[in-house]
Design a protein around this ligand. Structure first.
Ligand code: GAR
Length: 222
């Protein structure tokens, strides 16, 4: 056909451990024909992860790789790596994947591995970020999408969204507010990467063109 060229979509591998609401946000984004990425494979380290059904419902291939079947982190990560390579994944998205990955895995997928974390990194790394934010008395918290480096919850920041912390918030209230922001940030971050608009210079991620270019405070909710 004359004048019609189809640009290949970026193939995503999404790693989950639980309910998969961020996976759902990515699934919903990919239902738009113009979205530049598609989910090739969803992997869970737990057979009972609710997110697996979300993938099945969307007709996406799923794989359970139980970490308990492996004697060490290296062999578990090698199984992940094999499955992702076999599915020809171009970008790995950690979406509530609650296993620490080895430095070797992070290096193999350098700049092709991203994570979403429910705080404004570098504050409140690790588990219980909402409780940490409440205990610190911060007035704002939020979420961060970042490239993964071997150190936990570290790496070039692609997007952040801030939300207020209200008097009387408990962990549930704060996590619900942040989760809403996560569901908007993750698909946007993947889109920016798929469109080739994220460049890492000296370990800082820069958005190179379009609406969000040269915005020092990038808050898609703003
Ligand atoms: C999300 O809040 C995500 O940011 C967090 O787990 C939740 C998963 O929810 N991830 C981390 O804390 C990783 N350090 P989901 O399964 O509904 O997407």
């Amino acid at each position: 056909m004359v004048g019609l060229t189809s640009v290949p979509k970026l193939k995503l591998g999404v790693l989950i451990s639980g309910r998969g609401s961020n996976l759902q946000a990515l699934i919903d984004a990919t239902t738009d024909a113009s979205y530049p990425a598609e989910i090739a494979l969803v992997i869970s380290n737990r057979a009972d992860a609710g997110g697996l059904q979300r993938a099945v419902d969307a007709g996406i291939r799923t794989l359970v790789i139980p970490h308990k079947d492996f004697t060490n982190r290296e062999s578990f990560d090698a199984a992940l790596d094999n499955a992702l390579c076999e599915a020809e994944v171009g970008l790995v998205c950690l979406a509530g994947f609650m296993r620490l990955l080895t430095a070797g895995f992070a290096q193999s997928w350098h700049d092709r591995l991203i994570n979403i974390h429910p705080s404004l990194l570098p504050s409140f790394k690790g588990l219980d970020s909402h409780a940490q934010a409440l205990a610190a008395g911060v007035r704002f918290s939020g979420c961060t999408v970042h490239f993964v480096r071997p150190e936990m919850d570290a790496g070039p920041i692609i997007l952040q969204a801030a939300v207020p912390v209200h008097d009387g918030d408990d962990e549930d209230a704060l996590s619900r507010r942040i989760l809403e922001a996560e569901h908007r940030c993750y698909p946007l971050a993947v889109r920016l990467i798929a469109e080739g608009r994220v460049k890492i210079v000296d370990e800082i991620a820069r958005i190179t063109a379009g609406k969000f270019a040269q915005t020092p405070l990038l808050n898609p909710l703003g």
